[in-house]
Design a protein around this ligand. Structure first.
Ligand code: NDP
Length: 321
């Protein structure tokens, strides 16, 4: 392990994605001389291959790892690709933790998600419930692969005393999200859709599903600050939920209205109930986080949506479409 006062080298896998870019922005605003940050994309190496993974760990000799890299997608992409989500994420996760162990990394923070919890459960969901029952069938591949990260963390701790832990974010959105119409999450998908409606002179904004499901959404820059806090200050192996408060859960319909407002769109919002809704809700408790950070201020949803829409409108050249 490293001694206190020594420089930390922090390797971020998936550093070019939605969450990675947000961490990079927060870190750049801080300028902490004791930390050197390295942000990886898939172009630096394919983490589903162990030889490429260990090559990157030898090249950068990280002391700490934030492991974000994953095959990620929304409801509809998951429903059609459960096998791919399971296999690719299992490979990436095993390779990253194995390379971390082989190269003496002191701490790893990996990423689960609130959508991997049991489908039939009590609410609110908390960190003790990860393995309590089968996940929703729509995304079983992604969910089981994510749950195995917690199994790996426990195993590395029991057998080798490693401090590998995980965070469980709720739905994330923000700049650098995936705005593709086919494999995106709900917020970027709706932003893209309304953007196209307006561009084509339309006045009907159609949301897939009933609009009734409830979700907790976290702005990527808020999540970035919380993940950095976990890296520096949270010392358990057990996961920690990083979510907005339970009272801030909102319906898909209300999210669509906030997006419409951010675009100054005054046309009609329609709900296509022939399309799947996914889980009705997955309310998570952030009590553990609130015990550690009682005063953390989350960005107001409307403000974060407005910022994201503005970013999308003025970054058509770099946005993932
Ligand atoms: P993105 O899809 O925005 O980014 C994924 C990142 O993983 C990219 O940097 C991508 O590289 C990299 N990557 C994918 N496959 C490979 C591979 N085979 N080898 C190396 N790198 C790879 O994801 P997010 O930022 O949204 O998600 C980050 C983490 O947070 C993930 O673990 C996800 O499961 C989790 N999470 C996300 C939520 C959300 O709502 N978005 C909710 C809860 C958890 P490249 O850019 O080169 O393709």
């Amino acid at each position: 392990g490293i001694m206190s006062g020594e420089k930390k080298i922090i390797l971020v896998t998936g550093g070019s994605g939605l969450v990675g870019k947000a961490i990079q922005k927060v870190v750049n605003q801080e300028s902490n001389k004791q930390e050197e940050w390295i942000f990886l994309s898939s172009k630096d190496g394919d983490l589903s291959k162990f030889d490429e993974t260990i090559r990157l760990f030898k090249k950068y000799s990280p002391t700490h790892v934030i492991h974000l890299a994953a095959m990620v997608g929304g409801l509809f992409h998951n429903m059609d690709h459960n096998l791919d989500f399971f296999r690719l994420n299992m490979l990436i996760n095993d390779n990253v933790l194995r390379a971390s162990f082989d190269s003496g990394v002191v701490k790893v923070v990996s990423c689960l998600s609130t959508c991997i919890f049991p489908d039939k459960t009590e609410y609110p969901i908390d960190e003790t419930m990860v393995h309590n029952g089968p996940p929703h069938s729509s995304n079983f591949g992604y969910s089981y692969a994510k749950r195995m990260l917690d199994v790996l963390n426990r195993g590395y701790h029991e057998q080798h005393k490693c401090k590998y832990t995980s965070v469980i974010p709720c739905n994330v959105f923000g700049p650098y999200d995936n705005f593709d119409l086919h494999d995106s999450h709900v917020i970027p998908g709706l932003i893209r859709k309304l953007h196209d409606v307006i561009k084509n002179g339309g006045n009907k904004f159609t949301v897939m599903g009933s609009g009734k499901p409830l979700r907790q959404f976290i702005y990527s820059l808020d999540l970035a600050k919380l993940i950095i806090f976990v890296l520096r200050e949270y010392h358990d192996v057990e996961p920690i939920i990083l979510s907005v408060d339970e009272k801030d859960e909102i319906s898909i319909a209300d999210s669509a209205r906030a997006i419409a407002k951010a675009f100054d769109f005054d046309g009609e919002i329609l709900f296509d109930t022939s399309k799947a809704d996914g889980q009705f809700k997955k309310t998570a408790s952030n009590a553990k986080l609130r015990m550690l950070l009682p005063d953390f201020q989350f960005t107001l949803f409307e403000v974060a949506i407005k910022d994201t829409v503005e970013w999308f409108k003025s970054n058509q050249d770099v946005a993932r479409l």
